[in-house]
Design a protein around this ligand. Sequence first.
Ligand code: PHE
Length: 342
Amino acid sequence: MDMKEKIAQIHQLVDNELAQVDSMQALDALRVKVLGKKGELTALLRGMGQLSPEERPQAGQLINEAREALTAQLDARQAKIKARDRQKALMSETIDVTQPVPAPLLGSEHPLTLALNEVVDCFTGMGFEVVEGPEVELDHFNFELLNIPQNHPARDAQDTFYIDDNIVLRTHTSPMQARTMLSRKPPIRIICPGRVYRADEVDATHSPVFHQLEGLVIDEDVTMADLRGTLNAFAERLYGKGITTRFRPSFFPFTEPSAEVDLTCVACHGKGCRVCKGTGWIEVLGCGMVNPKVLEMCGIDSTRYSGFAFGIGLERIAMQRYKVPDMRLLYEGDVRFLSQFK
Ligand code: PHE
């Protein structure tokens, strides 16, 4: 058989097999079978050694032409298979853009945020300015400047989280009274909302992290009547006309005199419930006239200026406002609870 016939046979073989080829794998296998190292055409090339020197150049040329032709034939087929596979993939991966999509879950403001915004609105409406301060606080501001001396029970390690001997997690927002008096001149009219920390066990009305809103007013001729008037205005703005406040004498080292203020429990309208522990009243804040000793320690002339301060418990307000019976609900992040505030 001469070389031309052998090559014609290989062409025939490729034509026949190509008719069956339907995948890239089958095509690659055919390519190897014909053009690979041990392929049919390569075998012809190897057999050239047996030819006479005169025959070799022509045979070599024929084989090379055949290789080019076969490569082109296989490449053409490969391009077709690729295009077909791609088309298939496109068809199977199409997205129907007209399909309705599931509605994205919308968050809602946390009841504490809602309550905070309301309380802040009440006071900014009366001319108070909002300031903020550090939660990691110096003992000096949290206690010392507030007339809470070294051995005062409020410093007891049971109540206070100490970072070291001089640094605490603030146990109230009152250190902002001292910071503000030291950094501003009267008249001062600020509120300071924020997180505070106490080593309390978690229950329906306690948490080691909770929120307060501090208020401070310093000016000439500020009296206890201004304090009452301000807090009554606040209570009415928050809960509407007719809300009753109750002032009870109390004690804080940084105010003198001091009072605790209760509001009618709006969860039960004074009848007594779980939120108010059956009393009909909710204690929402502590307040008083800033102790002259504190004024002096903070660089304010107590013969010329006087002032009042108050600290509102925000959780109590939120629980009242939204009839939340258990404080833990405010911290658990349960969306079934939270989504009710949309
Ligand atoms: N800091 C006090 C507390 O945490 C509240 C308070 C603030 C009392 C301002 C009087 C004046 O209990």
